[in-house]
Design a protein around this ligand. Structure first.
Ligand SMILES: [Mn+2]
Length: 424
């Protein structure tokens, strides 16, 4: 479905007087700090986030899944849903496909459809963490790390197929996340598993098209509970370094043990030019499926503080994506909330007085350093984010418009109340 622009504008108009008052307050605040609001708004408008095709349906846990209504039944409907999000916030102009869940039957038609919603195709994701119908060999005991060369060859071939699909869509990167590992001590040799993985990744790397990247994602545990073959950023970095310049690391916020200093990891990977991908979500314990900013908005800000610091010096940007899919909320509302949280953290990081922060660091003034960071973090930037969206043609309040337009009800009518989105 396409959003009715007239209705969106009418809803914006109703909120405009209050928005303008809040914006004036924000402007006054920024002027006091010597920051030009226009610069911040411009940066916010340029920020585009990829939406993964699997986040449009209600997520599940291994205990069960409670599907919502009107979920997308195929790739066309997934693209349409991302199109709705992008129309509302003008910040989700990309979709990330997961193969084999999203293999297009007609590439040109899919590309035309995406273009009609002003969307591009972000990184493509391979899937060797489950067996597909008719697949000759099983990934039960691993894929790229498997002890059997035949299973590894099958997994390599799948990744090459994913690259071919991505090429036809205009993607520029392959994301590899491996569920490979062991659940019991002694089950496999750490060294052999690593060597097999490196060898398999080298076979994939050789076939990467010019201008493409491969992102190596890590996760400390789950589905394997004793060891994951790529458990942490060190292993991911080791693999990416051995592969070459087209390989880099992918940081997923939820793929860290509690209290890990993720902002430090981000800073060091960026320094090395090895931060290629970034998956946003939030977690309290060990999950990776909660709405971005739902739990730890200050951590998110501190991460963006490092990202912005580096983005000043380089034109290249990590491939940003939301990687979360919970089983309680409307998935589209959940995504709108996540993007809002990301833009807020980004805007706050843009407000950090970096000259003053450097002075504080050079004087070993921990008090002042904290003051500088928290001055930015405690600034209410919501009006700036809304203004960036309004100017780009989006909604002042995407969730309000999503509900006012009855989008979910329309989708339920179109698609039914008990559909299950593919890929989950
Ligand atoms: Mn991820």
């Amino acid at each position: 479905m396409h959003i009715d622009k007239n209705r969106l504008e009418k809803l914006n108009k109703e909120r405009l007087p209050r928005h303008q008052r809040l914006l004036e307050l924000s402007m006054a605040h920024l002027e006091g700090q010597g920051i030009d609001m226009e610069d911040v708004v411009k940066e916010l408008q340029a920020f585009q986030m990829a939406i993964p095709s699997w986040a449009l349906g209600t997520g599940g846990t291994r205990f069960g899944r409670f599907a919502g209504g009107g979920e997308p039944r195929d790739l066309q409907e997934k693209i349409a849903d991302v199109g709705v999000l992008h129309a509302l916030n003008q910040s989700s102009g990309a979709i990330s496909l997961h193969i084999p869940w999203d293999v297009p039957s007609d590439f040109q038609a899919i590309k035309d459809l995406a273009r009609s919603y002003d969307l591009v195709f972000d990184a493509v994701n391979s899937n060797t963490f489950q067996d597909q119908p008719g697949q000759p060999l099983s990934y039960k005991f691993g894929s790229l790390s498997h002890i059997s060369a035949d299973v590894r060859a099958q997994a390599i071939e799948h990744n090459l197929e994913v690259i071919k699909i991505g090429e036809q869509l205009g993607s520029k990167a392959l994301t590899v996340w491996l569920a490979d590992g062991s659940s019991f001590p002694g089950q496999h040799s750490f060294r052999t598993a690593f060597e097999n993985t490196l060898d398999s990744l080298q076979s994939i790397y050789k076939h990467l098209p010019t201008g493409w990247s491969v992102f190596i994602e890590y996760k400390p545990y789950e589905p394997n509970f004793y060891s994951m073959v790529i458990p942490d950023w060190g292993t991911s970095h080791l693999l990416a370094s051995k592969l070459g310049p087209q390989a880099s690391c992918l940081v997923d916020l939820g793929h860290h043990l509690p209290n890990t200093n993720i902002e430090q990891i981000v800073a060091i990977l960026m320094m090395e030019g090895k931060l290629g991908g970034f998956h946003f979500n939030d977690s309290k314990y060990g999950d990776d499926d909660l709405t971005v900013g739902a739990l730890k908005p200050y951590q998110l800000f501190l991460i963006f503080n490092e990202l912005v610091d580096d983005m000043k010096n380089t034109a290249s940007r990590p491939s940003w994506m939301i990687d979360a899919s919970h089983n309680l909320k409307d998935p589209m509302e959940d995504l709108l909330q996540s993007i809002e949280a990301i833009l807020i953290a980004y805007a706050q990081a843009l407000l950090v007085d970096r000259t003053k922060l450097l002075e504080a660091q050079q004087a070993n003034d921990a008090t002042l350093a904290q003051e500088v960071l928290q001055e930015a973090y405690r600034t209410d930037v919501r009006a700036l984010v809304a203004e960036a969206r309004r100017r780009a043609g989006g909604a002042l309040s995407p969730i309000v418009v999503f509900r006012a337009l009855g989008i979910r009800n329309t989708l339920v009518k179109e698609r039914g109340s008990s559909v299950t989105s593919t890929g989950l």
